[in-house]
Design a binder for this molecule. Sequence first.
Ligand SMILES: [Zn+2]
Length: 286
Amino acid sequence: MVRGRYPKKKVDPDSLTYKDFECDWSFWIIMSQSDEKLFAWLQARGLLARYMECEKCEVPMKLSKDKRRWRCPISNNHDYSYKRFSFYTGTHFNIRDILLFIRNMLNQRSLYRSSISSGMSYSGTSVNWSRYMRDIFKLYFVKHIDSLQLRGIIEIDETLLGRRQKYNMGKRSGMKVWLFGLLERNSDKKQPDRIIIYPVESRDRPTLVWVIKKHVAPGETIYSDNWTAYSELTSLGYKHFTVCHKYNYMRLYEEQATGMCQKYSNKIILFLTIYKTLNKKLIYKR
Ligand SMILES: [Zn+2]
């Protein structure tokens, strides 16, 4: 087997999607295209307008030769920028620089590094752009994740991110966030498991039960640890299992309603650990 990123690169820009931005080689293949090809690529993927109508004459407009202006066939004075109605509206930056900035931010580079790489000023512009990106994630969250319903077997767990104050000693500063994770175990192994991770201020009963009710319908199966906040899940109509013995890979779970025991491997703990490691710098880096 050949390892690394280079073998995975795609040479044909038409076959590339945003997901290929992950691979350096594929990303730079898109970036090194001519303006016309790059704009066509962005248009085909809905990042630039494909169709424009003149607001005064109400006729379809045409792109100029250099693909940078929409021109009206009736009057030469009616024209719009090719960035109109897109994510790039109103910016004087080259779209390539913005793509680079977005890619660096997605790769968890600091705002400073991302703005240097794309030639933005560190103070104003880059802060605004990172805010736009956050707005888009918020929209995505509301549209796709906020209403997500998990089915079948769901594992839940919570973990502390940030300051852990042991024995009341040490500095009482720093951020402290609980992460509450829900994982839908997919029976079909080809499909990935679906995971939702919430940052919550405390892991008390009202907070956690509110999240569970929101994403899991009664009647589904829930595997959890023995935390008291979960004690009423059986009465809420869930098939609730709590852990009663920990082995290395498997755990023994007991169904709360019947007392039946069952061995089961747990995945959510692993995912929460990975998530914690990835996001540690958000907490500790100042
Ligand atoms: Zn016109």
